[in-house]
Design a protein around this ligand. Structure first.
Ligand SMILES: [Zn+2]
Length: 446
């Protein structure tokens, strides 16, 4: 028997409505026991977690792992190590690879690659993501796809989107929509507003996203399908989803840390790491995203992890590809930007990064109930530190957050009972907040 005891931590598990100091015993990859004081026997590995938070492993439902096609930027294996480093034990990988994940054999390819954590394939809605012919959705579902998306591109033709939604209900999987009205976004590269005028960059209005969100909500109502809206970034989109939920339409949505951390004003630096699609929005959009996260309109925080090589990013803003790496900064940015200022509670943060995305995708994650698969994230909520380029494990370092000071850091990641990441750099030289933490917080016993 393989036994692991996580001892002395504050266990936060929204699925079982738990927030208390409990030891967590894992036996053979499954949560075996939870109690205030458990005593290890000789062959039990112990993780001392006093002062730390213990939660179900994070679930990132929107990542780009670049394999097949751009293995120089990321592979499923390197992306899974970045995930483990970020406390993420399950990811859903978007199908905009080269070639696209649009056949059962490509779905199986993604599932069978070597990986430190659980990687779930999202299959394309249309063949080659070209927006013209639906994929064989039943076959893709049978092969193990957990959702369908043409992410990176919208499904332009509403008739094709309608049929995709109808078929998706038959196979019981959600459609994840990249909402963008191309006729409005055109060749734009940043949010339309005062900042785009000052920067002299081609603008993308908020309406380019909102028109597409409205269309897909109407189609979801018409078909009764489960629609999930990817990377919501504007106030108007939040309001459309809020009203749709009030009307009983089966819609869920996600946002990403950059949309509650950065604004279009930051883009005036012309840093190509700030180029994302949808673009960074205005301060009022950012405020609305925060309200949506707190009131339950937004269901999940995903990273939209989009690794790009430095050569690709070291060009003019207009020419750079959109996207930033994100798996490793998901948790510290959420803690720093949302939990510490009191916008959301720690429990709500765990719902947004674990429990709720797991339930949207219907995957066996997001719970520390006895008998659940033992995917666990342990983090020190008070650890103040600065993100540095060499700290990233991902093959690509295209993060605008390098140099940023954050608070909260993953110390251990457990996937199916195995420790897949542990922080070895516990040196006191890091600027830890001694004033606000108990002494002797993190020592690791192996
Ligand atoms: Zn994406």
């Amino acid at each position: 028997m393989r036994k692991l005891l996580i001892k002395g931590g504050r266990l936060i598990d929204p699925d079982t409505r738990t927030d208390e100091h409990l030891d967590l015993l894992i036996v053979d990859g499954v949560v075996a026991e939870r109690a205030p004081e458990l005593t290890p026997d000789d062959d039990t590995r112990v993780i001392e977690a006093a002062g730390a938070i213990v939660t179900p492993g994070l679930v990132d439902m929107h990542v780009h792992l670049r394999e097949p096609g751009r293995e120089d930027e990321e592979t499923i294996e390197s992306g899974s190590r970045a995930a483990a480093h970020g406390g993420v034990t399950a990811v859903a990988a978007m199908p905009n690879t080269e070639p696209a994940i649009d056949t059962a054999s490509w779905v199986e390819f993604v599932r069978n690659r070597e990986s430190q954590i659980m990687v779930y394939p999202i299959a394309a809605i249309t063949k080659d993501r070209a927006g013209e012919t639906l994929t064989e959705m039943a076959e893709l579902a049978a092969a193990g796809a957990v959702a369908f998306s043409d992410d990176g591109s919208p499904v332009v033709n509403p008739s094709i989107m309608r049929r995709a939604l109808e078929y998706s209900t038959m196979v019981g999987l959600p459609i994840i929509s990249h909402c963008e009205e191309l006729g409005l976004s055109g060749r734009g590269v940043m949010h339309e507003g005062l900042a785009s005028t000052m920067a002299g960059l081609r603008p993308i209005p908020a309406a380019a996203e909102e028109i597409a969100v409205a269309r897909d909500i109407i189609l979801a109502k018409m078909t009764g399908a489960n629609l999930h809206i990817a990377h919501v970034s504007t106030e108007g989109s939040v309001e459309l989803v809020r009203r749709a939920k009030d009307d009983g339409i089966a819609v869920t949505c996600e946002t990403c840390p950059h949309y509650f951390t950065l604004t279009d004003d930051d883009v005036r630096s012309y840093d190509t790491h700030l180029k994302v699609n949808p673009p960074l929005r205005s301060a009022s959009d950012l405020a609305a995203i925060k309200v949506g996260l707190a009131d339950g309109t937004i269901d999940a925080i995903s990273s939209d992890h989009a690794p790009h090589s430095l050569e690709e990013k070291q060009v003019e803003f207009d020419a750079a590809p959109p996207g930033m790496t994100g798996l490793e900064t998901l948790l510290p940015l959420t803690l720093t930007q949302l939990v510490q200022p009191g916008t959301i509670t720690l429990e709500r943060a765990v719902e947004l990064m674990s429990t709720d995305p797991a339930s949207i995708l219907r995957i066996p994650h997001g719970s520390l109930a006895v008998g659940a698969p033992a995917d666990v994230t342990v983090f020190d909520p008070d650890w103040a530190w600065e993100i540095t380029e060499d700290w990233f494990v991902s093959k690509s370092k295209n993060s605008p957050f390098t140099g940023r000071k954050v608070r909260g850091r993953v110390t251990h990641t457990v996937s199916r009972g195995e420790v897949v990441f542990e922080e070895t750099d516990l040196n006191e030289g890091d600027a830890r907040d001694e004033g606000e933490r108990e002494p002797d917080v993190l020592s690791v016993h192996v």
